[in-house]
Design a protein around this ligand. Structure first.
Ligand SMILES: C[S@@+](CC[C@H](N)C(=O)[O-])C[C@H]1O[C@@H](n2cnc3c(N)ncnc32)[C@H](O)[C@@H]1O
Length: 256
């Protein structure tokens, strides 16, 4: 259930009206409700213009809803994209698998700062319901890959990816502890937002150091991972490079 505050519902109505102009290019009927309208738009799956328009829809949502009314309103954007969060997911003992996600506004700030390009690959390690992958793939031309432990989240992410026709998104179910440095060797950006237990985080640092011996890359950490990147010794090969405007995410360079 999405909570509302202030004149939020009116703003949503205004937002929908503005979007109607974009949608009119694709369909005649009016939009009745937030849920599902993006899906209607994306009937034009083959059309690159549809992806650009969908990116525009998302950016407007970030500007008009998420940024203005607080990050808890990010769920409205999840609904627009059709993301259906499941309950009663299988438990994975020893790992942190609670549902908490980066707000769309913070994701946008991170993408503005990193600017992933067409030939680059961006990994979200612990990708949850794929907000980062979807946003990135709509707003940039880079390749996006997610690794996620919880099967239900992977299945839902794939469903949304296919529904929106996002060809530059790949999602794999797995445990980062089992990844080898060579499997990540196409990565230029590695994003971690409060993922993993502390012991997994520590262990995974060794894999990432091995990768740093082969190539330079950028790590982006959010929440507790941002703190851990500074204090856990297996990550001490990183050099700190700044923060997003809202100071929620930290940037680090791996260059040995
Ligand atoms: C806090 S969520 C972040 C989701 C997404 N990256 C975002 O920022 O919106 C972290 C995710 O990491 C996953 N996770 C936890 N331990 C993991 C592991 N060992 N391997 C892969 N994913 C893991 C959790 O299931 C959870 O969905």
């Amino acid at each position: 259930m999405v909570t509302t505050q202030g004149n939020f519902p009116e703003e949503v109505e205004q937002y929908k009206e503005e979007l109607q102009d974009i949608l009119n290019q694709y369909q005649e009927e009016s939009v009745d409700g937030i849920k599902g309208f993006v899906g209607q738009l994306y009937k034009q799956e083959e059309d690159k213009k549809a992806r650009e328009d969908l990116g525009e829809v998302l950016e407007k949502g970030i500007e008009k809803i998420d940024k203005r009314y607080g990050h808890e309103q990010s769920e409205i954007i999840d609904q627009m994209l059709g993301i259906n969060k499941k309950e009663g997911e299988k438990e994975y003992k020893g790992e942190q698998t609670y549902q908490i996600e980066t707000s769309y506004d913070t994701i946008k700030q991170m993408l503005d700062k990193t600017g992933p390009r067409q030939e680059e690959t961006f990994y979200d390690l612990g990708s949850g319901y794929s907000r980062v992958l979807i946003t990135g793939s709509l707003l940039t031309d880079a390749e996006y890959r997610g690794i996620e432990l919880v099967k239900e989240r992977v299945d839902e992410s794939k469903r949304i990816r296919d529904r929106l026709g996002l060809e530059n998104v790949e999602i794999m179910q797995g445990d980062v502890k089992e990844l080898k440095a060579e499997e990540l060797s196409d990565g230029d950006f590695f994003y971690m937002f409060k993922p993993f237990s502390v012991s997994t985080f520590k262990e995974f640092g060794k894999t990432m150091e091995e990768l740093a011996e082969r190539k330079d890359y950028t790590v982006i950490g959010g929440g507790q991972s941002n703190k851990w990147l500074k204090v856990i010794d297996t990550w001490d090969f990183l050099e700190e490079k700044g923060k997003t405007k809202d100071r929620k995410l930290g940037f680090y360079k791996a260059s040995l």
